[in-house]
Design a protein around this ligand. Structure first.
Ligand SMILES: C[S@@+](CC[C@H](N)C(=O)[O-])C[C@H]1O[C@@H](n2cnc3c(N)ncnc32)[C@H](O)[C@@H]1O
Length: 251
């Protein structure tokens, strides 16, 4: 991980959990989803992965666990979180109390076919080990292999314009990686086609962000993390990168 990624995914993740705890329970899930998940994207994945009560859902690169908590609240399933950053693992345990293993997505300490479903949201572009991350999802999810991805995809190769440590695959490269991992695409949707989050959700996210900025705005970690997310925001705004949600199955 680069210093900027550690700032965003470790230091700021832990600060985010502290702020959410102070603001109250209705802030926990929106705060925990600041990493990438919006309610409409999560609803789409929950529906098309056919997640049902009692399912075990692996979240690979879970961050502070907001998306898994959203799914648990929506369909009473059992999340298992894997996340490499120690601060994010602590934050997820504190906020949501789910089982969390500290691990990269390319080497999951889980047995073959040990979970009913898995997703990995906003994670693929943060690692060069993209094929191994997908292969591990295939290995750990039992057939038929209900796997969800939220992936940021480059329209053209970005040739060094990525924020530090990011590796956005093109659409063709993503299709190739999925096939090479022994998976097939069942459904695909662009996040730009989804409705915006409701105002009570964005109000809570904004309250968390404002509190974090008041408290930590002068710190190097906050500034690095903000620079990373605003660079990705700029690439999305100019259409150089798009958000793609995919539902995959074993090929
Ligand atoms: C943009 S955040 C998304 C967090 C969470 N999935 C969400 O949607 O809220 C990316 C996450 O991927 C994690 N990550 C980075 N490299 C990883 C890897 N090789 N394997 C698994 N997770 C990784 C980061 O620590 C961070 O928590």
């Amino acid at each position: 991980m680069t210093e900027a990624m550690d700032a965003e995914f470790d230091t700021v993740a832990e600060w985010t959990a502290q702020v959410a705890l102070e603001l109250g329970p209705e802030y926990h899930i929106p705060a925990g989803c600041r990493g990438s998940g919006s309610p409409a994207a999560l609803d789409w994945l929950i529906e098309h992965l056919e997640l049902t009560p009692g399912d075990t859902l692996l979240d690979s690169g879970a961050g502070v666990g907001g998306p898994a908590a959203y799914a648990a609240q929506a369909v009473s399933l059992h999340p298992v979180l894997a996340e490499p950053e120690a601060g994010a693992c602590r934050a997820a345990r504190t906020l949501f109390g789910f089982p969390v293993v500290q691990a990269v997505g390319s080497a999951l300490p889980l047995a073959d076919a040990s979970v009913d479903a898995a997703w990995s949201l906003g994670v693929l572009c943060t690692t060069p080990d993209q094929l191994d991350l997908l292969t591990e999802l295939r290995r750990t999810v039992r057939p038929p292999g209900r796997i969800g991805l939220l992936a940021f995809v480059a329209r053209e190769p970005l040739r060094g314009r990525e924020p530090e440590g990011n590796h956005f695959p093109t659409g063709d490269r993503l299709t190739e990686l999925i096939a090479d991992a022994g998976l097939q695409i069942q459904k695909r949707r662009n996040t730009a086609d989804l409705p915006s989050p409701p105002s009570d959700w964005t109000d809570r996210v904004d309250a968390v962000t404002d509190t974090l900025a008041d408290r930590h705005g002068a710190s190097r970690a906050w500034q690095l993390a903000e620079r990373q997310s605003s660079r990705i925001g700029d690439l999305l705004d100019e259409g150089a990168v798009t958000g793609e949600m995919l539902v995959l199955r074993h090929a």
